[in-house]
Ligand binder design. Structure first.
Ligand code: ZN
Ligand code: MN
Length: 151
Protein backbone atom coordinates (compact mmCIF):
# COMPACT_ATOMS: atom_id res chain seq x y z
CA UNK A 1 0.00 0.00 0.00
CA UNK A 2 1.27 3.49 -0.82
CA UNK A 3 2.08 5.67 2.17
CA UNK A 4 -0.66 8.16 1.23
CA UNK A 5 -3.43 5.59 1.38
CA UNK A 6 -1.98 4.21 4.60
CA UNK A 7 -2.19 7.75 5.96
CA UNK A 8 -5.77 8.21 4.75
CA UNK A 9 -6.77 4.92 6.34
CA UNK A 10 -5.38 6.01 9.71
CA UNK A 11 -7.08 9.40 9.43
CA UNK A 12 -10.35 7.55 8.75
CA UNK A 13 -9.87 5.54 11.97
CA UNK A 14 -9.37 8.80 13.89
CA UNK A 15 -12.52 10.29 12.37
CA UNK A 16 -14.56 7.15 13.11
CA UNK A 17 -13.53 7.53 16.73
CA UNK A 18 -14.43 11.23 16.75
CA UNK A 19 -10.83 12.28 17.27
CA UNK A 20 -10.11 15.82 16.13
CA UNK A 21 -7.53 15.90 13.31
CA UNK A 22 -5.13 18.53 14.65
CA UNK A 23 -1.93 19.56 12.79
CA UNK A 24 0.11 17.97 15.62
CA UNK A 25 -1.67 14.64 15.26
CA UNK A 26 -1.18 14.78 11.49
CA UNK A 27 2.58 15.38 11.65
CA UNK A 28 3.12 12.71 14.30
CA UNK A 29 1.12 10.20 12.27
CA UNK A 30 3.12 11.06 9.13
CA UNK A 31 6.38 10.66 11.02
CA UNK A 32 5.36 7.22 12.27
CA UNK A 33 4.26 6.06 8.82
CA UNK A 34 7.52 7.20 7.22
CA UNK A 35 9.99 6.04 9.87
CA UNK A 36 10.51 2.42 10.72
CA UNK A 37 13.14 3.12 13.35
CA UNK A 38 10.87 2.20 16.31
CA UNK A 39 11.25 5.68 17.80
CA UNK A 40 10.91 6.75 21.42
CA UNK A 41 8.82 9.78 22.45
CA UNK A 42 12.05 11.83 22.59
CA UNK A 43 13.15 10.75 19.11
CA UNK A 44 9.84 11.84 17.61
CA UNK A 45 9.82 15.10 19.55
CA UNK A 46 13.40 15.98 18.55
CA UNK A 47 12.71 15.21 14.89
CA UNK A 48 9.62 17.41 14.75
CA UNK A 49 10.28 20.30 17.15
CA UNK A 50 12.54 22.17 14.68
CA UNK A 51 9.67 22.58 12.23
CA UNK A 52 6.82 22.76 14.70
CA UNK A 53 7.78 25.09 17.52
CA UNK A 54 4.39 24.79 19.24
CA UNK A 55 4.83 21.06 19.72
CA UNK A 56 5.48 19.79 23.26
CA UNK A 57 6.75 16.46 24.62
CA UNK A 58 3.40 16.07 26.40
CA UNK A 59 1.50 16.43 23.12
CA UNK A 60 3.71 13.82 21.45
CA UNK A 61 3.24 11.49 24.39
CA UNK A 62 -0.53 11.93 24.55
CA UNK A 63 -0.87 11.53 20.79
CA UNK A 64 1.08 8.26 20.90
CA UNK A 65 -1.16 6.96 23.69
CA UNK A 66 -4.21 7.88 21.64
CA UNK A 67 -2.88 6.16 18.49
CA UNK A 68 -2.02 3.10 20.56
CA UNK A 69 -5.52 2.92 22.04
CA UNK A 70 -6.91 2.92 18.50
CA UNK A 71 -4.47 0.15 17.45
CA UNK A 72 -2.85 2.40 14.83
CA UNK A 73 0.53 1.95 16.49
CA UNK A 74 1.98 -0.50 18.97
CA UNK A 75 4.24 0.02 21.94
CA UNK A 76 7.41 -1.99 22.33
CA UNK A 77 9.50 -2.51 25.43
CA UNK A 78 12.99 -1.07 25.38
CA UNK A 79 16.17 -2.14 27.12
CA UNK A 80 16.58 1.11 29.04
CA UNK A 81 13.12 0.68 30.56
CA UNK A 82 11.58 3.26 28.23
CA UNK A 83 9.20 2.41 25.42
CA UNK A 84 9.36 2.58 21.64
CA UNK A 85 6.53 3.05 19.19
CA UNK A 86 5.82 1.52 15.83
CA UNK A 87 3.25 2.14 13.11
CA UNK A 88 1.37 -1.08 12.66
CA UNK A 89 -0.02 -0.73 9.13
CA UNK A 90 1.43 -4.06 8.10
CA UNK A 91 1.18 -6.50 11.00
CA UNK A 92 4.59 -7.91 11.82
CA UNK A 93 6.50 -9.13 14.78
CA UNK A 94 9.88 -8.15 16.18
CA UNK A 95 13.29 -9.59 16.78
CA UNK A 96 14.92 -7.73 19.68
CA UNK A 97 18.59 -7.87 20.63
CA UNK A 98 18.93 -8.66 24.32
CA UNK A 99 22.28 -6.94 24.47
CA UNK A 100 21.84 -3.58 22.67
CA UNK A 101 18.07 -3.38 22.31
CA UNK A 102 18.08 -3.19 18.51
CA UNK A 103 14.61 -3.89 17.12
CA UNK A 104 14.11 -5.55 13.73
CA UNK A 105 10.86 -6.00 11.80
CA UNK A 106 9.95 -9.56 10.92
CA UNK A 107 7.23 -9.74 8.29
CA UNK A 108 4.95 -12.73 8.41
CA UNK A 109 2.05 -13.11 5.96
CA UNK A 110 0.10 -15.31 8.36
CA UNK A 111 0.44 -12.89 11.25
CA UNK A 112 -3.31 -12.21 11.48
CA UNK A 113 -4.03 -15.93 11.57
CA UNK A 114 -1.50 -16.41 14.35
CA UNK A 115 -2.98 -13.46 16.24
CA UNK A 116 -6.47 -14.97 15.94
CA UNK A 117 -5.19 -18.30 17.16
CA UNK A 118 -3.50 -16.79 20.21
CA UNK A 119 -6.68 -14.86 21.00
CA UNK A 120 -8.91 -17.92 20.74
CA UNK A 121 -6.58 -20.03 22.91
CA UNK A 122 -6.68 -17.18 25.44
CA UNK A 123 -10.49 -17.01 25.34
CA UNK A 124 -10.72 -20.78 25.80
CA UNK A 125 -8.54 -20.73 28.89
CA UNK A 126 -9.74 -17.43 30.33
CA UNK A 127 -13.39 -17.05 29.30
CA UNK A 128 -13.81 -13.86 31.36
CA UNK A 129 -10.91 -12.17 29.59
CA UNK A 130 -11.51 -10.26 26.34
CA UNK A 131 -8.43 -10.33 24.10
CA UNK A 132 -7.93 -7.38 21.78
CA UNK A 133 -4.49 -7.87 20.23
CA UNK A 134 -1.23 -9.68 20.70
CA UNK A 135 2.34 -8.58 20.28
CA UNK A 136 5.06 -11.04 19.46
CA UNK A 137 8.72 -10.52 20.27
CA UNK A 138 11.58 -12.90 19.64
CA UNK A 139 14.68 -12.18 21.72
CA UNK A 140 18.26 -12.94 20.80
CA UNK A 141 21.51 -11.32 19.74
CA UNK A 142 22.06 -9.06 16.73
CA UNK A 143 25.01 -9.71 14.42
CA UNK A 144 27.22 -7.00 15.96
CA UNK A 145 26.54 -8.06 19.55
CA UNK A 146 27.02 -11.75 18.77
CA UNK A 147 30.45 -10.93 17.28
CA UNK A 148 31.37 -8.65 20.20
CA UNK A 149 30.38 -11.22 22.85
CA UNK A 150 32.36 -13.97 21.11
CA UNK A 151 35.65 -12.12 21.68
ZN1 ZN B 1 22.67 -5.99 19.60
MN1 MN C 1 8.21 -2.83 13.64
Amino acid sequence: MKNESVYDKSIAILKENHVRITPQRQIILKYLINHHNHPSVETIYKALEKDFSNLSMATVYNTLRLFEDLNIIIQLPNKDGGVRFDFFGTPHFHAICENCGKIMDIKYPKYNQLDQELQSITSDQEPDFTPTKSKIEVYGLCKACAAKLKQ
